[in-house]
Unconditional design. Structure first.
Length: 72
């Protein structure tokens, strides 16, 4: 037994599809934003570690400049 497709079934299906796509898009944006925030936090943490290390090394020995290296 097959069911005949009613004219109202197609718009409901299209509306459901549109709603699902909207939910998927919203979820993708939330995921993207979460990854962006995580990347910014990681970058800030690594930058702080690098600057602390450079400051520690900088106190021990003077940093060579690029112009000084080219002069050799």
């Amino acid at each position: 037994m097959t069911m005949a497709s009613s004219p109202t079934a197609q718009p409901t299906s299209a509306a459901q599809l549109k709603e699902r796509r909207a939910r998927d898009a919203a979820q993708a944006m939330r995921d993207h934003e979460a990854k962006r925030v995580a990347t910014l936090a990681k970058t800030a943490r690594l930058r702080a570690l690098r600057l602390a290390k450079e400051a520690e090394v900088g106190e021990a020995a003077p940093k060579k400049t690029r112009s000084a290296q080219k002069a050799r």
